[in-house]
Design a protein around this ligand. Sequence first.
Ligand code: 2DT
Length: 207
Amino acid sequence: MPAIPQFLRFCLDRSGKTSQSSRLLSYLEGLGYPVESWRFPDRNTGVGQMISSYLSNKSQLDDHAIHLLFSANRWEKRALMENKLRSGTTLIVDRYSYSGVAFSSAKGLDIEWCKAPEMGLLAPDLVLYLDIPPENAAERGGYGGERYEQLEFQRKVAQSYQCLRDASWKIIDGRLSVEEVEKQLREIVISCVMMCQKGKSLSQLWS
Ligand code: 2DT
């Protein structure tokens, strides 16, 4: 059976997820693992450009419609994701389905309705949640530039995430220093990579 390590990471905005993703990428590359860093939304596709325009308040969309676009953005990358994983490449994914469901349900959409279009996408082996109080995130640089970067809304998103936690999740205290977060992530990730190398089949959301 091929080695199929896969990671998914996501968390509240401004929790340091993007810089920790690139640190993890360098770490795994340095150990000689085939690894790639992805992020959702992927703003480079046609669907991604519609999402980007919405996030930067250049266009307006119904909440259900934008939810489905986020989902479509993952579906358009699903086959490539499966190919990469089957060939033994580890994917570090900065946001994924859990962000999709957490953000849309925080707007008041029914959580089961939000999950429905995600069914059949590949499930992560590991979810790393960088936990940071929304108030702290708001104090970090660059906050407030995009549509969802509002403190009240981020509080609701944090609550939505709590409803989505499952056995694949590891919660890391995002208030720790960058170096300490990095150290903890490395330990969790390396044990997951080793576990996946023993042979682990792909599974699908949401089971
Ligand atoms: P970044 O700041 O990480 O680029 O995210 N979002 C993201 C959703 O509402 N649904 C989704 O499915 C995904 C992947 C979270 C941009 C914003 O898009 C939100 C923040």
